[in-house]
Design a protein around this ligand. Structure first.
Ligand SMILES: [Zn+2]
Length: 599
C-alpha cells in the first residue's frame, strides 16, 4: 500500500498512490508544480543555506537545531514522487549516521542533552517517515536502512526511560514503521512515548508545559492546546497507537479533543493557532482575523489528523474539515509559481506587506509569501503533502469504494475503476465514469455545506447527503453516476463568542473561503462595509471570482480615534472584488480581509 498512513484496523482502509492517479485540475496541477518546481526549489535553498552541507560535515554548522528534519521531509516528498534526486541526498544523509544509528548534525557529542528543545527525536520522526515512504513507493534501499537503524537506536536508548522529545512527531512515524515492517518494538516505543508524555516527561520551560503538551496525559486532555503543530502531531500519533493497540479510550479522547478544538479554536479557513509568541492555540473563541497565526504546518497536521480519524471512524465530518483546510490553508501557502510560501496564514492584512522573494525570511511571521525561511518547516511540509495527496482522496470499506475529495482522477479498487471528471471547486458537478466494473457500492461524500445536492444514476435523480450517498449496482464499463453539489455563494456569520469578528461576515462558495483583496486602486478595505446580498459571479482565467455590493465610509485624520455617539455610516457605494482566499497575494502587495464589517 503506497500511502503515508496504513492502519490495520478501522472502518475505512486507505487507497494509496498506486490506486489513485490525479489528472490535470486543481490538485493535479499543484501536484505537477510540486514535482517540477517546489521540490527543486526546496533542495536548492537547503544547499544554499548549508543545511545539506551539514550532513557532509561542513563547518561551521548552519541552520537551526532542527534543520536536519527539512532534508528528511524533502526526502519523503522525493520518495512519494519518484524524484531522481533522492539517491544522492539519501547517500549524503547516510554518510552522517554514526555506527550505533545516532544521526543528528547539531548535537553529536552532546546527544540528548536538551530533550526539551533539541528536536532529536522529532528529526528521527521525519527521517523514519521518509524511510517508510521509500519502502512503500520503491522498496528497500539505503534510505530505508538509515531509517531503521535510527529507529532501532531510538528504541535501545529510550524504551526503558521516562523521557521524551519536546516536539512530538516520532510517535506516528514509529507506528507507521511498525505497519510497514511488522516489527512490534516500534509500536511499543510509540505507545510508551504517547503514554509517558504529561506525567510529566520533560523539564519545565518558560512557556509552560502545555506548550509541548506535557501538562497532562494525552488521554486526559479535552481540547488541543499549546503549540499547534506539536499538539496536532501528538494527536496523530495517539490515534495511530490507539488504532493499532485497540485502545478505544485513547481514540475517543482524541475524537473529543478534535470536536472541542473545531468548535472553539479553529479559523474559518480550517487554520489552527492564534498566538504568534508561542505558535499556539489561544483560549476558546480567541480567533482574531489579523493576528491569526494559522501556520501552514498546523493546517497540514490538521489534515493528517482528520484523515486518520476519518479512516478510524468513517465519519465524513473529518473529511469536511480536511477539505476546508486543503483548499484554504494547504493551497494558500504556495504561490502560483511554486517559488514562495506563506508560513502564517492570517485572515486579515491591514497594509500591503513588502515582497520577500529571493531572500531568507527571519521572521516566520506575517507578510507576503517568502522564498525561504530561517525556520523553513512549511515549504518542505507542502512538498511532502502535495507528493502524497492522492492517498487522501479515496478509501475502501470492504468492496465499497469511498470518494472523499473530488478531483479529476482515476481511482481503482478490487476490479472497480472510476474515472472522475470535474471542474471542482469551480463547478459542483462530479461525474464518475466506470472504466472497469464489478458489482458493489460506490460511496460519495456530500460536504456539510452542500444542502440540496443530488445524485443521478441510471436515469433517476435523488437527493444526496450531507454525509455519504451510496450507489449500488453491477457496474459495467460505460456506466456513470453524477453528483451535483450546489455551488451558490453564501454569507457566513461568526458565533457571537468569536468577538474579534463580531459584526462581520465572510463569503464562502463550495469549499472555498473568499476574501476582499485591495491592490493599487481598489477601495481601501479599512473603510468598507459590505451589504450581505448574494454576490455576482464572474469568471477570470478559469477562476470564479465574486463581486459584492459595499459602501465606502468617509474618514479623515483625527487627533483621537474615539468619539461620543455612533459615527455616520453613510458612504458611497462600491463594488468589492472577492477572490478565493488561497489566491490572495499573487498580484503583488495587497491588503486583504476575509471577515467584512457589515453595513
Ligand atoms: Zn511550518
Amino acid at each position: 500500500m503506497v500511502s503515508p498512513v496504513t492502519p490495520s484496523a478501522g472502518v475505512l482502509s486507505p487507497l494509496g498512490l498506486d490506486a489513485v492517479r490525479l489528472a490535470p485540475g486543481f490538485w493535479g496541477d499543484r501536484a505537477a508544480l510540486n514535482r517540477e518546481v517546489i521540490i527543486g526549489h526546496c533542495l536548492e535553498w537547503m544547499e544554499r543555506e548549508g543545511w545539506i552541507g551539514n550532513f557532509r560535515g561542513e563547518r561551521p554548522r548552519r541552520g537551526r537545531e532542527f534543520s536536519d528534519s527539512e532534508a528528511y521531509k524533502l526526502l519523503e516528498a522525493m520518495a512519494w514522487s519518484g524524484h531522481p534526486g533522492l539517491p544522492e541526498l539519501a547517500a549524503t544523509v547516510a554518510a552522517a549516521q554514526e555506527d550505533d544509528g545516532y544521526l543528528n548534525t547539531r548535537w553529536n557529542s552532546e546527544r540528548y542533552s536538551d530533550l526539551e528543545w533539541g528536536h532529536e527525536l522529532y528529526c528521527y520522526g521525519h527521517l523514519i517517515q521518509a524511510g517508510v515512504a521509500r519502502l512503500r513507493a520503491h522498496g528497500e534501499d539505503e534510505l530505508t536502512k538509515v531509517a531503521r537503524r535510527a529507529a532501532d537506536h531510538l528504541c535501545d536508548r529510550f524504551m526503558e526511560t521516562t523521557e521524551t522529545c519536546g516536539h512530538p512527531e516520532v510517535e506516528m512515524a514509529l507506528v507507521e514503521l511498525y505497519r510497514a515492517t511488522g516489527t512490534e518494538r516500534y509500536l511499543e516505543m510509540a505507545r510508551r512515548l504517547v503514554e509517558r508524555r504529561g506525567l510529566p516527561a520533560l523539564g519545565p520551560i518558560h512557556l509552560g508545559r502545555a506548550y509541548f503538551q506535557d501538562d497532562m496525559p494525552v488521554r486526559r486532555a479535552r481540547v488541543l492546546r499549546g503549540h499547534a503543530v506539536r499538539a496536532l502531531y501528538l494527536a496523530c500519533g495517539a490515534v495511530d497507537v490507539a488504532v493499532e493497540t485497540g485502545d478505544g479510550e485513547l481514540l475517543h479522547a482524541i475524537e473529543e479533543q478534535w470536536e472541542n478544538t473545531v468548535a472553539r479554536r479553529t479559523h474559518l479557513t480550517g487554520g489552527m493557532g492564534s498566538r504568534h509568541s508561542d505558535e499556539a492555540f489561544g483560549e476558546d473563541f480567541e480567533l482574531p482575523a489579523d493576528r491569526a497565526y494559522s501556520e501552514t504546518c498546523a493546517g497540514i497536521a490538521s489534515i493528517m489528523l482528520s484523515h486518520r480519524l476519518l479512516l478510524a471512524t468513517g465519519r465524513t465530518r473529518y473529511a469536511d474539515l480536511a477539505e476546508r483546510t486543503m483548499y484554504n490553508v494547504l493551497a494558500t501557502s504556495p504561490a502560483l509559481d511554486g517559488r514562495s510560501f506563506f508560513y502564517a496564514n492570517p485572515l486579515h492584512m491591514r497594509i500591503p506587506p513588502e515582497p520577500r522573494e529571493g531572500v531568507v525570511d527571519h521572521t516566520s511571521g506575517v507578510g507576503l509569501r517568502s522564498s525561504w525561511y530561517d525556520v523553513s518547516c512549511c515549504p518542505n511540509n507542502i512538498a511532502r503533502t502535495l507528493a502524497s495527496l492522492p492517498a487522501y482522496l479515496a478509501a475502501a470499506d470492504g468492496d465499497a469504494l469511498h470518494v472523499h475529495h473530488y478531483a479529476p482522477a482515476e481511482i481503482g479498487h478490487r476490479g472497480l475503476t472510476l474515472r472522475l471528471e470535474t471542474d471542482y471547486p469551480w463547478s459542483g458537478t462530479v461525474t464518475a465514469h466506470v472504466v472497469e466494473g464489478r458489482p458493489g457500492r460506490i460511496v460519495l461524500r456530500v460536504p456539510s455545506w452542500a444542502q440540496g445536492a443530488t445524485l443521478t444514476h441510471g436515469g433517476t435523480t435523488r437527493p444526496a447527503g450531507p454525509g455519504n450517498v451510496t450507489a449500488e449496482a453491477d457496474w459495467r464499463p460505460g456506466d456513470r453516476i453524477r453528483l451535483d453539489l450546489p455551488m451558490a455563494s453564501r454569507w457566513t456569520f461568526p458565533d457571537r463568542r468569536v468577538d474579534a469578528v463580531r459584526g462581520c461576515a465572510a463569503v464562502e462558495r463550495g469549499p472555498l473561503v473568499y476574501c476582499a483583496e485591495s491592490v493599487a486602486d481598489d477601495p481601501p478595505l479599512a473603510l468598507v462595509k459590505a451589504l450581505p446580498e448574494p454576490p455576482a459571479e464572474r469568471e477570470r482565467d478559469g477562476v470564479v471570482e465574486l463581486e459584492a455590493r459595499a459602501c465606502l465610509v468617509p474618514a479623515g485624520d483625527v487627533p483621537w480615534p474615539y468619539r461620543d455617539g455612533h459615527p455616520d455610516a453613510a458612504g458611497r457605494e462600491v463594488t468589492l472584488r472577492l477572490v478565493p482566499y488561497h489566491r490572495w497575494g499573487n498580484r503583488g502587495p495587497s491588503s486583504m480581509r476575509v471577515w467584512l464589517p457589515l453595513s
